[in-house]
Design a protein around this ligand. Structure first.
Ligand SMILES: [Zn+2]
Ligand SMILES: [Zn+2]
Length: 141
């Protein structure tokens, strides 16, 4: 996995009431085109960076965090006040996927690949030349 060089990152929601901090590098930057990510964000896809769950903490506003668990088992965390998509995770994994566009600190990474391209919207063409996986990056397609 390609990881950022920065020692920590900070991010926030649209209204600014929620701030989070990631200790240590983030990595594995990738864009997810799955239906759930599209619906949750209202965007064609969501780009995430990965970090260990223990490295991720809310600096403020953790009482405003609302979560939604999809049928797939993925839980998405968002700000109850403004609706910003912040992160998603599964309970059985010790990694958290952080919505990269909510980071306020600069990031020296570029998305490495696309996942769940089988669910991609028809009106967006992937043109970055990065690998496109029909489902997960480990499913072999
Ligand atoms: Zn907010
Ligand atoms: Zn997704």
């Amino acid at each position: 996995m390609i990881a950022s060089k920065q020692t920590h990152h900070e991010g926030s929601c649209l209204c600014g009431r929620v701030r989070f901090r990631v200790e240590g590098p983030v990595g594995n930057m990738s864009s997810c085109h799955c239906t759930d990510c599209r619906k949750h964000s209202g965007a064609a896809f969501v780009t995430y960076v990965e970090a260990p769950k223990r490295a991720f903490a809310y600096v403020k506003g953790d009482d405003l965090i609302q979560t939604h668990q999809a049928e797939s088992g993925t839980t998405r965390a968002f700000c109850r006040t403004c609706g910003s998509t912040l992160a998603c995770y599964v309970d059985s994994d010790d990694l958290i996927e952080i919505a990269a566009a909510t980071l306020d600190t600069p990031i020296d990474l570029r998305p490495e690949y696309h996942i769940y391209v089988r669910s991609k919207v028809s009106w967006f063409d992937i043109q970055d030349g990065k690998p496109q996986h029909r489902t997960t990056s480990t499913a072999g397609s």
